[in-house]
Design a protein around this ligand. Structure first.
Ligand code: AMP
Ligand code: MG
Length: 522
């Protein structure tokens, strides 16, 4: 990857802060080694500003392993100075803070200017493997993009993003990560008054479909071209060698989104706000708001309080991802036309690229279902067999995660069927399907032991069940008790391992515990 020269602004800017943290550790220097390639792009791509200091920052959590993998000393990050940086009270050496400009379709309606209304990019760090990551504060105060918002975040949504993004990572799904959470010592006003917090996010980048839409909407073709080249250099360097690099960029983004949708569906994830500004160019899951995991299998599952029409329902997500990448293709048309020779050729190229979404998604989904069902080979009947199980799960209200986890035991023999059977209101419905499943598995010479082992790696025992997430958030907000949050993080860090001491995290909510709605809390 070749990038413009890194920052020359190396001054350590101290912002006014009378507030002390209660972390009494030594004020070790925090070395991020920030590079600022985005801040080298034209000034109209962002706004330069520092976070707004907060009253009394306190550390909630530092992600020790993640910090290490990024070459950041977790102890320094947890020190008084570290917490001041995480709270936005101090600017780290080598950081050039900026708020990024972007646009986006929200629930299908285009908003020409959104942007980081409550987030600030501190800079980029290069990880162990040479990959570049953005470090961003979320909830760090108002910016020129705040519109009517206060630029702040409440503790609940910050902890939710921490928990769910780390769970997604452990489940093996591309995602932004949680580096830290701090409370601000200030209150934020939402439906009620809530404790304020700041989340530190790590992302492959914060380029979104909406970033391209921002320049397209302004007919800023130079901006589009610059952005496309930046995205190629940062995420798809091979595309620069293609005969038509921008078409190759589009192909790559489409492929990543198609695969990501299959990964979401395989674990029952519902994003909740798949607006084009929440669709990452790198293919990571980004902007966790009213997200939640489905329990009883039903493609119509919706949690978000503001998604009244089910636009972003579990089963609708692939269709929406396709819609979102179609908006990317539209935005890129002027620069695809430059390399394709004409507008007509650009439209044909974009349509060709978009046509690849569905087959790529379907192939990834079928591969995923085969893994979940313990199939090592491919057979014509597999798709129908998988669909048939899903339909029976829907009719019988079977818990998605537990059905597949218990199928791992069932793969060991009929004698182990009881666990799955009891998840179906009509257990006979499971039996009828299982007979066909076993006939299919008999076509493979693999041992039952091997199959069970492989299936346990494809079907998690633990997902962030909504009532457990809610309980962890409530304990933190109402009692300043972070123990449930820590325990949940621990369980979710190894989602494919059975842990008898943590069994209560693996079962669905009882009817009275069920969480049917989530709120984005912005
Ligand atoms: P989100 O729903 O979090 O993806 O945010 C959509 C847009 O609203 C983005 O431009 C955010 O920066 C902005 N936004 C969300 N919450 C706030 C807030 N509390 N203050 C200012 N801007 C916000
Ligand atoms: Mg967003």
């Amino acid at each position: 990857m070749s990038f413009p020269d890194a920052a020359s602004l190396n001054s350590l800017t101290e912002l006014s802060s009378e507030a002390a943290t209660d972390s009494n550790r030594s004020a070790a220097p925090v070395h991020f080694g920030f590079q600022n390639t985005y801040a080298r792009l034209p000034e109209r791509f962002f706004s330069r500003l520092a976070p707004t200091p907060v009253a009394a920052p306190q550390l909630v959590k530092v992600n020790v392993e993640l910090a290490r993998s990024l070459g950041i000393d977790p102890d320094a990050l947890s020190s008084t100075v570290g917490v001041e940086i995480l709270a936005g009270n101090k600017i780290a050496e080598s950081s050039e803070p900026i708020a990024l400009a972007y646009a986006g379709h929200q629930y299908g309606y285009f908003v020409p200017q959104l942007g980081d209304g409550r987030a600030i990019l501190l800079g980029e760090v290069v990880g162990e493997g040479g990959e570049r990551y953005d470090i961003q504060l979320k909830g760090s105060g108002p910016t020129p993009f705040s519109r009517r918002g206060d630029g702040r975040a409440a503790l609940g949504p910050v902890l939710r993003e921490y928990i769910v993004s780390e769970a997604m990572s452990a489940l093996g799904v591309p995602t932004t990560r949680a580096l830290a959470a701090v409370i601000t010592g200030e209150r934020v006003l939402r439906e009620t008054v809530l404790p304020g917090a700041i989340f530190t996010r790590v992302a492959a980048s914060h380029l979104r479909v909406g970033t391209f839409q921002y320049f397209a909407a302004r007919q800023d073709i130079d901006g589009l071209r610059t952005l496309a080249n930046y995205a190629i250099a940062r995420h798809y360097p091979d595309a620069s060698k293609a005969a038509r690099p921008i078409r190759a960029l589009l192909d790559n983004v489409i492929a990543r989104q198609a695969k990501l949708m299959a990964q979401w569906l395989m674990i029952g994830f519902v994003h909740g706000v798949m607006n084009t500004d929440n669709t990452s160019i790198s293919g990571e899951t980004i902007d966790y708001g009213p997200c939640a995991f489905m329990e009883a299998y039903d493609p119509a599952t919706v949690f978000s309080s503001i998604d009244a029409n089910g636009r972003y329902a579990y089963g609708n997500q692939p269709r929406i991802a396709h819609w979102n990448v179609t908006r990317l293709a539209e935005a890129l048309l002027p620069v695809i036309a430059e390399e394709a020779g004409s507008e007509e050729a650009a439209v044909a190229a974009a349509n060709e690229a978009l046509a690849a979404f569905e087959p790529q998604f379907e192939a990834a989904r079928l591969t995923g279902l085969r893994r979940k069902l313990g199939m090592f080979t491919e057979s014509e009947e597999d798709a129908a067999l998988a669909e048939n199980l899903l339909e029976r799960m829907r009719v019988n209200g079977a818990d998605f995660t537990l059905t597949f986890r218990r199928l791992c035991d069932a793969a060991g023999g009929v004698k182990n069927d009881a666990g799955v059977r009891e998840l179906f209101t009509d257990s006979d419905s499971y039996d009828a399907w299982a007979t066909k499943w076993r006939q299919r598995l008999e076509k493979e010479s693999i041992t039952a032991e091997k199959r069970v082992e492989a299936m346990r790696k494809a079907n998690p025992a633990f997902i962030p069940r909504n009532h457990m997430v809610e309980a962890a958030l409530n304990a933190a907000i109402s009692r300043q008790d972070f123990h449930p949050f820590e325990e949940l993080l621990d369980v979710l860090s190894r989602p494919y391992e059975d842990r008898s001491d943590m069994a209560r995290y693996s079962v669905p909510a009882k009817p009275e515990e069920r969480v049917c709605q989530t709120f984005c809390g912005t």
